[in-house]
Design a protein around this ligand. Sequence first.
Ligand code: UDP
Length: 366
Amino acid sequence: MKYDYLVVGAGLYGAVFAYEAKKKGKKVLVIDKRSHIGGNIYTENVENIQVHKYGAHIFHTSDRKIWDYMNQFAQFNHYINSPVAIYKEELYNLPFNMNTFSRLWNIKTPAQAKEIIEKQRREAGITDPQNLEEQALSLAGRDVYEKLIKGYTEKQWGRDCRDLPAFIIKRLPFRFTFDNNYFNDPYQGIPIGGYTGIIEKMLYGIEVMTDTDYFAFRKSNPNIAAKTVFTGMIDEYFGFKLGTLEYRTVRFETEVLDCDNYQGNAVVNYTDREVPYTRIIEHKHFEFGQQPKTVISREYSTEWHSGMEPYYPVNDEKNSALFARYQTLAEQEKTVIFGGRLGGYKYYDMDKVVAAALAEVKTELY
Ligand code: UDP
């Protein structure tokens, strides 16, 4: 066999695995069906601005080892994510914090905010939240839920908040300080020069074939590697034989505008149902850009269908049960490692992807 590992997918998971395998002296081939490396963290230069082509990626972690690991491949800037939310004519800071509450209720102190939320919580009468709606109501009360969560979540997931798992909303901080940092993690930033450079460095000196579809490639090269690291859709790997897992996809409407500052912030969420997109990203603000022009992307979230790019696994009960059955099949494929957001059908952040790849490396190579 020509290679020790065939890595399918040149995204973050595949690139970390390939980098570590090469370091251990293994022969690795990386293939990707797209015409470029980087998967969904790919960034491209437009008007001297790093555009996050498949959605905004902000690196953040609580794990010092993962932070140090990433810093081998790039220098990170001091960007702190602080989105704002527009609900009809009103504008709020995110995540849910004292700035949000003071704007909502014209109050000034944590005690006043807590009193209002406590009252709304009692009115909702939820003790053991079973879904996203109940979780949101019991965490933040009705006003926050109605104005900042319900519409956005239903646009993003295309499902009623009562049919979505509670953990999705637990990703967001909720605090009684005037702190607009979207993340609680101590390490955060955007790689200077973009994410593509990180993947290029990881894959340096490794054979990479882009525009290469695994399923076609496998037919003509059945025995090319001893093992495969598969980061595509796990259900597709098995020919959808147990049924199809659901994914959400995102359509981006990207525009170059002849103005230097369109919205004054990298991320502006539109949380009402009437605006059809979920958010607008103004890419230059991730890197404090001073360019004369700007690039913005409106994000439209829709259900995934064959031929589209899958972005988010839908981790509701039905899909989680189906995934568990695919996982049983995956365990029987002794020469295949499944990883990444699509291979693991998990709503992973980047740091968790790196951690999962490094954990796999440890069992596989050490
Ligand atoms: N969310 C919300 N309102 C917002 C932003 C997020 O209700 O203004 C909810 C929504 O359900 C979303 C989840 O929080 O799916 C996670 O948001 P996050 O910003 O982490 O999503 P991502 O950046 O991964 O798309």
